[in-house]
Design a protein around this ligand. Structure first.
Ligand SMILES: [Fe+2]
Length: 206
């Protein structure tokens, strides 16, 4: 397959008790695999199959797809693949945000890390339906908390992501049921802050 799911560098139960093993398994093996399979099926045999070297290029430029139906489906399934690749690659239990440029930028923008987290939680809670919350860097280099609907993502919107949270019910309903607020708070225990910090350093220099 041309476009692939990220490989997990942790076990399904490594994020317990914040994200449970069963949710991780279903999320990765069913939902995420579904996006991967469907995207590749859609592009198979089309001129777009090999036009873009990487999933990132495909998603940044998906508007170039001329056929309306295919364009919409690539937005949905390619978006699902790239969003989940990013989300799953940024999960790790027990990290903290150490001093550095990301922490400094967050404090400069929000006053404190806690205030950024509070606003991120509020944004995630306010999302109606399914979507994602992202901390991104804008074109002008500012930090911003954004919400995307369904499988829309920051790449085609021109933002550079630092970290994200899946706010689809499939990401939490098995364990948290309708308690989205608890799921969002639990997320801070499994966000890989080290990777988020690295992302910011890389983006700052790009
Ligand atoms: Fe998901």
């Amino acid at each position: 397959m041309a476009y692939k799911r990220v490989e997990l560098n942790y076990n399904y139960d490594d994020l317990e008790p914040y994200i449970d093993k069963e949710t991780m398994k279903i999320h990765y093996e069913n939902h995420h695999k579904g996006y991967e399979t469907k995207l590749n099926e859609l592009l198979n045999g089309t001129v777009y199959e090999k036009k873009f070297n990487m999933l990132l290029d495909l998603m940044k430029n998906y508007q170039e797809i001329e056929e309306p139906d295919l364009r919409v489906k690539v937005r949905q399934f390619g978006g699902g693949l790239i969003n989940h690749n990013f989300f799953f690659a940024h999960l790790k239990k027990g990290t903290t945000l150490k001093d550095g440029n990301l922490k400094k930028a967050i404090i400069d923008k929000y006053g404190s890390v806690e205030e950024m987290m509070k606003q991120f939680e509020e944004k995630s809670l306010s999302l109606f339906g399914s979507g994602w919350t992202y901390l991104v860097v804008t074109k002008t280099g500012e930090l911003k908390i954004i919400m995307t609907f369904n499988q829309d993502n920051p790449w085609f919107l021109g933002f550079k992501p630092i970290f994200c949270l899946d706010v689809w019910e499939h990401a939490y309903y098995l364990k948290h049921n309708s308690a989205r607020d608890i799921y969002i708070k639990d997320f801070w225990n499994v966000l890989d802050w080290e990777k988020a910090k690295e992302n910011f350093e890389t983006l700052k220099n790009s």
